[in-house]
Design a protein around this ligand. Structure first.
Ligand SMILES: Cc1cc2nc3c(=O)[nH]c(=O)nc-3n(C[C@H](O)[C@H](O)[C@H](O)COP(=O)(O)OP(=O)(O)OC[C@H]3O[C@@H](n4cnc5c(N)ncnc54)[C@H](O)[C@@H]3O)c2cc1C
Length: 444
């Protein structure tokens, strides 16, 4: 077993974790270590693209990382805690034990998926998931992609896919036009967001942004997604200049996606569907460490301290707030953990602004009740264990359903179906146990 000791240990190398590690490492004499399960730091936004960023904040973080101010343990997944309070992880099949004085949890978020008929088809991806695949080398050039679901991530993904040569046929946003317009009107309080919004708008020009609109079903016509697939699966003529309401006659595309908007329904033919319903915080590690959770998020005070002594939490686990919130919270926790309380306090005003922005974002893109009715009896809800919607309907809570159907007992350990059943049935998530990720017996 490998052993590693540090003063400040940061779990998660995304925007929040990198920012925390950098702030903490400003204090001379403190050993700071950052751990991430990916081969490189960067988190969801900058993964695989460090060095190519447009953002000055990313550049600052990236140059700090390469300056060797703190230790980096990449490819290291933390799965639990040992009896002495240290953390346990696995790196290249070896167990690693991490000892620390202060711990900063920056474990980020994952996508929220909702079941609808066809959501498990091979050509249906998570929106952020498809973006991550493309960042990893998956070629979407010439592919016709429908982006759907909810939240600003859809716009970011659509822009990215377009940049990579995909033809984004439309963005279907379930939030209502009135909510989105109200949100846009409130942006005057956040000038940087206006600038970002205008930039996105100009780069997405020509792509229909359909509000009050969501996917009701997807049907794969040619289920195999092969590496050598060419882009000659052409556009249905009715869609060449945007969307037409009414069934497209083309049969050449691989996926038929049914959409609904204000009582009208129609289908779109495309190569891929990228769909995501906002984000779910990764709180599992905080839960096994005993940190208090409220409304699904890790509870923190102004200095980002959790209810557990010497444990801080930052970024998405404390509230879905976007990259700016993650960066500021990371700095606050990094300074606070290093004992630089004054520096941390000087950032409170900025952090409170990002929190207000996050609140309005989350209320704008809250999921509408109609989405609870998308799944039919045969729709898979737990894809790890093949559990259908109908087989869950007879239970009244997640625990009963888990014991009787194995829903949530597969490799993802309920990370996908847990938030889905919470939304569909109102079930509280079941308890979190170690190891929080599947590990080999010999690792334990
Ligand atoms: C799939 C996806 C794609 C996204 N793409 C964008 C985008 O392009 N642009 C944008 O503005 N926002 C994007 N977001 C939102 C973005 O993640 C947030 O706005 C914010 O940047 C989150 O920063 P973070 O540091 O809190 O989390 P993250 O960036 O998620 O970083 C958390 C890191 O912690 C690691 N981690 C978690 N648990 C463990 C563990 N137990 N052991 C070791 N490592 C662990 C994760 O692998 C990850 O690298 C995306 C979100 C998701 C889920």
């Amino acid at each position: 077993m490998i052993e590693h000791s540090t003063d400040i240990l940061v779990i998660g190398g995304g925007a929040a974790g990198m920012s925390a590690a950098l702030a903490a490492s400003e204090s001379k004499g403190l050993r700071v270590t950052i751990v991430d399960d990916n081969p490189r730091l960067g988190g969801q936004i900058w993964r695989a693209e460090l060095g190519k960023s447009k953002s000055s904040e990313a550049d600052r973080l990236i140059s700090a990382i390469t300056s060797g101010k703190f230790s980096i343990l990449n490819g290291t997944q933390i799965f639990g805690t040992a009896n002495d309070g240290s953390l346990l992880g696995v790196v290249r099949d070896e167990t690693i034990k991490l000892h620390y004085n202060k711990l900063i949890l920056a474990t980020g978020a994952r996508e929220h998926f909702l079941p609808f008929p066809g959501w498990t088809s091979p050509r249906v991806f998570g929106a952020g998931g498809l973006q991550a695949l493309v960042k990893g080398g998956f070629n979407v050039s010439g592919k016709r992609i429908l982006v759907a679901g909810t939240g600003p991530l859809l716009l970011v993904v659509a822009e990215y896919l377009k940049q990579k040569g995909a033809k984004v046929v439309a963005i279907a946003e379930q939030a209502s036009a009135s909510k989105i317009n109200r949100f846009a009107l409130g942006l005057w309080r956040y000038p940087t967001k206006i600038a970002q919004g205008l930039e996105l708008r100009s780069s997405l020009g020509g792509i229909p942004y359909l509000k009050d609109c969501w996917v009701t079903a997807a049907k794969c016509k040619s289920p195999r997604v092969s590496k050598g697939e060419t882009s000659d699966m052409r556009v249905s003529p009715s869609l060449t200049h945007g969307l037409s309401h009414g069934y497209s006659k083309s049969t050449k595309e691989a996926l038929s996606v049914m959409l609904t908007q204000k009582g009208r329904s129609w289908s779109i033919e495309c190569d891929y569907l990228a769909v995501g319903f906002h984000l779910v915080p990764n709180t599992e590690l905080a839960v096994v460490l005993g940190c208090s959770i409220g409304d699904g998020f890790v509870l923190v005070d102004k200095l980002q301290r959790t209810s557990k002594h010497n444990i801080f939490a930052v970024g998405e686990p404390t509230g879905i707030g976007g990259v700016e919130a993650s960066l500021i919270e990371g700095r606050i926790a990094g300074y606070a953990a290093a004992g630089e309380t004054r520096k941390a306090e000087s950032l409170f005003v900025k952090r409170d602004r990002t929190s207000r922005f996050a609140d309005s974002l989350n209320s704008t893109f809250a999921l509408r009740d109609e989405l609870k009715t998308l799944a039919d009896a045969t729709t898979t809800v737990c894809r790890c264990e093949d559990v259908s919607y109908a087989s869950l309907c007879e239970f009244s809570n997640a625990r009963e359903a888990k014991l009787q159907t194995r829903c949530g007992m597969g490799p993802c350990q309920g990370r996908v179906c847990g938030p889905a059943t919470e939304f569909l049935f109102g079930w509280q998530p079941g308890s979190v146990r170690q190891p929080i990720f599947p590990v080999k017996l010999e690792t334990l």
